[in-house]
Design a binder for this molecule. Structure first.
Ligand code: PRP
Length: 211
Protein backbone atom coordinates (compact mmCIF):
# COMPACT_ATOMS: atom_id res chain seq x y z
CA UNK A 1 0.00 0.00 0.00
CA UNK A 2 1.36 3.41 -0.91
CA UNK A 3 1.24 6.20 1.64
CA UNK A 4 -1.60 8.69 1.29
CA UNK A 5 -0.85 12.20 2.52
CA UNK A 6 -3.86 14.17 3.80
CA UNK A 7 -3.69 17.96 4.25
CA UNK A 8 -5.94 19.15 7.07
CA UNK A 9 -7.05 22.72 7.70
CA UNK A 10 -5.69 24.08 10.97
CA UNK A 11 -8.20 25.41 13.48
CA UNK A 12 -11.93 24.73 13.78
CA UNK A 13 -12.12 22.10 11.02
CA UNK A 14 -9.17 20.22 12.52
CA UNK A 15 -11.21 19.29 15.59
CA UNK A 16 -14.32 18.38 13.63
CA UNK A 17 -12.53 16.10 11.14
CA UNK A 18 -10.98 13.84 13.80
CA UNK A 19 -14.27 11.98 14.62
CA UNK A 20 -14.90 11.49 10.87
CA UNK A 21 -11.43 9.94 10.39
CA UNK A 22 -11.80 7.81 13.51
CA UNK A 23 -15.20 6.54 12.34
CA UNK A 24 -13.47 4.88 9.36
CA UNK A 25 -10.79 3.39 11.61
CA UNK A 26 -7.95 5.86 11.06
CA UNK A 27 -5.87 6.28 14.21
CA UNK A 28 -5.61 10.00 15.04
CA UNK A 29 -3.78 9.73 18.37
CA UNK A 30 -0.73 11.71 17.14
CA UNK A 31 -3.02 14.39 15.80
CA UNK A 32 -4.92 14.63 19.08
CA UNK A 33 -1.73 15.04 21.13
CA UNK A 34 0.01 17.19 18.59
CA UNK A 35 1.60 20.02 20.57
CA UNK A 36 3.27 22.20 17.92
CA UNK A 37 3.91 19.35 15.46
CA UNK A 38 2.66 19.83 11.89
CA UNK A 39 3.32 16.40 10.31
CA UNK A 40 1.77 13.21 11.70
CA UNK A 41 1.52 9.51 10.94
CA UNK A 42 -1.44 7.27 11.60
CA UNK A 43 -0.36 4.11 13.45
CA UNK A 44 -2.81 1.68 11.87
CA UNK A 45 -3.02 2.90 8.29
CA UNK A 46 -0.60 4.01 5.64
CA UNK A 47 -1.75 7.57 6.03
CA UNK A 48 0.06 10.71 7.07
CA UNK A 49 -1.28 14.16 7.80
CA UNK A 50 -0.04 17.69 7.44
CA UNK A 51 -1.69 20.57 9.24
CA UNK A 52 -1.71 23.83 7.29
CA UNK A 53 -3.76 27.00 6.71
CA UNK A 54 -6.90 26.57 4.60
CA UNK A 55 -5.61 28.18 1.42
CA UNK A 56 -2.36 26.19 1.70
CA UNK A 57 -4.40 22.96 1.73
CA UNK A 58 -5.37 23.84 -1.86
CA UNK A 59 -1.75 24.54 -2.81
CA UNK A 60 -0.39 21.28 -1.35
CA UNK A 61 -3.14 19.25 -3.02
CA UNK A 62 -2.87 21.05 -6.37
CA UNK A 63 0.87 20.33 -6.46
CA UNK A 64 0.39 16.70 -5.42
CA UNK A 65 2.42 16.98 -2.21
CA UNK A 66 -0.82 16.06 -0.46
CA UNK A 67 -3.08 13.53 -2.19
CA UNK A 68 -6.23 14.51 -0.29
CA UNK A 69 -7.26 17.74 1.41
CA UNK A 70 -9.97 18.71 3.87
CA UNK A 71 -10.99 22.32 3.37
CA UNK A 72 -13.99 24.66 3.58
CA UNK A 73 -16.09 25.40 0.51
CA UNK A 74 -15.49 29.10 1.25
CA UNK A 75 -11.81 28.67 0.40
CA UNK A 76 -12.66 26.66 -2.74
CA UNK A 77 -15.09 29.35 -3.93
CA UNK A 78 -12.52 32.09 -3.39
CA UNK A 79 -9.55 30.33 -5.05
CA UNK A 80 -9.85 28.54 -8.36
CA UNK A 81 -7.51 25.54 -8.43
CA UNK A 82 -6.92 22.47 -10.58
CA UNK A 83 -8.20 19.72 -8.29
CA UNK A 84 -11.22 17.49 -7.76
CA UNK A 85 -13.89 18.22 -5.16
CA UNK A 86 -15.03 14.73 -4.13
CA UNK A 87 -17.32 14.79 -1.06
CA UNK A 88 -19.33 17.22 1.04
CA UNK A 89 -18.31 16.18 4.56
CA UNK A 90 -21.19 18.06 6.20
CA UNK A 91 -18.95 19.45 8.93
CA UNK A 92 -17.81 23.04 9.42
CA UNK A 93 -21.22 24.30 8.38
CA UNK A 94 -21.54 28.06 8.07
CA UNK A 95 -22.86 30.70 5.64
CA UNK A 96 -21.42 33.47 3.54
CA UNK A 97 -23.31 36.63 4.55
CA UNK A 98 -23.42 40.35 3.96
CA UNK A 99 -23.40 41.95 7.42
CA UNK A 100 -23.11 45.43 8.83
CA UNK A 101 -24.20 47.85 11.53
CA UNK A 102 -28.01 48.22 11.87
CA UNK A 103 -28.05 51.59 10.04
CA UNK A 104 -26.70 50.02 6.79
CA UNK A 105 -29.13 50.28 3.88
CA UNK A 106 -28.67 47.40 1.44
CA UNK A 107 -31.06 49.07 -1.04
CA UNK A 108 -29.19 52.36 -1.17
CA UNK A 109 -28.20 53.48 -4.69
CA UNK A 110 -24.95 54.97 -3.40
CA UNK A 111 -21.91 52.90 -4.49
CA UNK A 112 -21.05 50.67 -1.53
CA UNK A 113 -17.67 49.71 -0.12
CA UNK A 114 -17.42 46.09 1.03
CA UNK A 115 -14.61 44.80 3.26
CA UNK A 116 -13.84 41.09 3.07
CA UNK A 117 -11.29 38.30 3.28
CA UNK A 118 -13.03 36.89 0.18
CA UNK A 119 -12.76 39.50 -2.62
CA UNK A 120 -13.59 37.07 -5.45
CA UNK A 121 -16.70 35.71 -3.73
CA UNK A 122 -17.86 39.22 -2.81
CA UNK A 123 -17.28 40.64 -6.34
CA UNK A 124 -19.08 37.70 -7.97
CA UNK A 125 -22.06 38.08 -5.61
CA UNK A 126 -22.59 41.81 -6.21
CA UNK A 127 -21.86 41.47 -9.94
CA UNK A 128 -24.59 38.83 -10.22
CA UNK A 129 -26.95 41.25 -8.41
CA UNK A 130 -26.03 43.90 -10.99
CA UNK A 131 -24.45 46.10 -8.33
CA UNK A 132 -21.12 47.87 -8.78
CA UNK A 133 -19.28 47.91 -5.43
CA UNK A 134 -15.78 48.73 -4.27
CA UNK A 135 -14.08 45.77 -2.56
CA UNK A 136 -11.46 46.26 0.16
CA UNK A 137 -9.43 43.14 1.01
CA UNK A 138 -8.92 42.60 4.76
CA UNK A 139 -6.93 39.70 6.22
CA UNK A 140 -8.95 39.21 9.45
CA UNK A 141 -11.14 40.81 12.13
CA UNK A 142 -13.19 42.13 9.24
CA UNK A 143 -16.10 42.94 11.58
CA UNK A 144 -14.26 46.11 12.63
CA UNK A 145 -14.45 47.66 9.14
CA UNK A 146 -18.07 48.95 9.24
CA UNK A 147 -17.70 50.00 12.88
CA UNK A 148 -14.79 52.29 12.01
CA UNK A 149 -16.20 53.50 8.69
CA UNK A 150 -13.69 51.70 6.46
CA UNK A 151 -16.56 49.96 4.67
CA UNK A 152 -20.35 50.10 4.43
CA UNK A 153 -20.66 46.34 4.98
CA UNK A 154 -18.68 43.10 5.08
CA UNK A 155 -18.87 39.77 3.29
CA UNK A 156 -17.77 37.05 5.66
CA UNK A 157 -18.54 33.57 6.96
CA UNK A 158 -20.96 33.35 9.86
CA UNK A 159 -21.09 30.20 11.94
CA UNK A 160 -22.67 30.81 15.36
CA UNK A 161 -23.20 34.55 14.76
CA UNK A 162 -21.38 35.29 18.01
CA UNK A 163 -18.64 37.45 16.44
CA UNK A 164 -21.22 39.63 14.68
CA UNK A 165 -23.33 39.90 17.83
CA UNK A 166 -20.45 40.87 20.08
CA UNK A 167 -19.46 43.61 17.64
CA UNK A 168 -22.99 44.98 17.13
CA UNK A 169 -23.37 43.80 13.51
CA UNK A 170 -26.34 42.02 11.92
CA UNK A 171 -26.83 39.84 8.85
CA UNK A 172 -28.49 41.62 5.90
CA UNK A 173 -28.14 38.98 3.18
CA UNK A 174 -27.42 35.23 3.30
CA UNK A 175 -25.32 34.33 0.26
CA UNK A 176 -24.21 30.63 0.19
CA UNK A 177 -24.17 27.65 2.54
CA UNK A 178 -20.65 26.45 3.28
CA UNK A 179 -19.31 23.14 4.59
CA UNK A 180 -16.05 21.21 4.51
CA UNK A 181 -15.16 19.29 1.35
CA UNK A 182 -12.80 16.42 0.64
CA UNK A 183 -10.61 17.41 -2.30
CA UNK A 184 -8.16 15.26 -4.25
CA UNK A 185 -5.13 15.72 -6.47
CA UNK A 186 -5.96 14.72 -10.05
CA UNK A 187 -2.83 12.61 -10.69
CA UNK A 188 -2.98 10.90 -7.26
CA UNK A 189 -6.50 9.69 -8.03
CA UNK A 190 -5.07 7.77 -10.99
CA UNK A 191 -1.72 6.69 -9.54
CA UNK A 192 -2.94 5.70 -6.06
CA UNK A 193 -6.44 4.77 -7.20
CA UNK A 194 -7.02 1.88 -4.75
CA UNK A 195 -5.63 3.63 -1.68
CA UNK A 196 -7.44 6.90 -2.44
CA UNK A 197 -10.82 5.34 -3.21
CA UNK A 198 -10.59 3.10 -0.16
CA UNK A 199 -10.49 6.25 2.01
CA UNK A 200 -12.99 8.25 -0.07
CA UNK A 201 -15.56 5.41 -0.32
CA UNK A 202 -15.34 4.63 3.39
CA UNK A 203 -15.83 8.29 4.25
CA UNK A 204 -18.83 8.52 1.95
CA UNK A 205 -20.34 5.41 3.56
CA UNK A 206 -19.72 6.70 7.07
CA UNK A 207 -21.47 9.95 6.14
CA UNK A 208 -24.47 8.13 4.64
CA UNK A 209 -24.80 5.96 7.76
CA UNK A 210 -24.67 9.05 9.91
CA UNK A 211 -27.62 10.36 7.82
C1 PRP B 1 -14.44 33.49 10.99
C2 PRP B 1 -15.15 34.70 10.41
C3 PRP B 1 -15.74 35.37 11.61
C4 PRP B 1 -16.02 34.23 12.55
C5 PRP B 1 -17.47 33.85 12.53
O1 PRP B 1 -13.17 33.83 11.38
O2 PRP B 1 -14.26 35.51 9.69
O3 PRP B 1 -14.84 36.30 12.16
O4 PRP B 1 -15.25 33.12 12.10
O5 PRP B 1 -17.76 32.82 13.44
P1 PRP B 1 -19.01 32.92 14.44
O6 PRP B 1 -20.22 33.25 13.63
O7 PRP B 1 -19.11 31.55 15.05
O8 PRP B 1 -18.71 33.96 15.47
P2 PRP B 1 -12.17 32.75 11.99
O9 PRP B 1 -12.46 32.51 13.42
O10 PRP B 1 -12.22 31.54 11.10
O11 PRP B 1 -10.77 33.42 11.98
P3 PRP B 1 -9.97 34.32 10.97
O12 PRP B 1 -10.51 35.72 11.17
O13 PRP B 1 -8.57 34.17 11.44
O14 PRP B 1 -10.20 33.80 9.59
Amino acid sequence: MRNVQIALTKGRLEKQIIPVLERIGIDCSELKEKGRKLVFKSHNANISFILVKAVDVLTYVEHGVADIGIVGKDVLLENEKELYEMIDLGIGRCKFCVASIPSYNPDSYKKKTIATKYPNVASAYFRQKGEDVEIIKIEGSVEIAPLLGLADAIVDIVETGQTLKENGLIVFEEMHDISARLIANKASLKMKKDEMFSIIDQMEQALTQRG
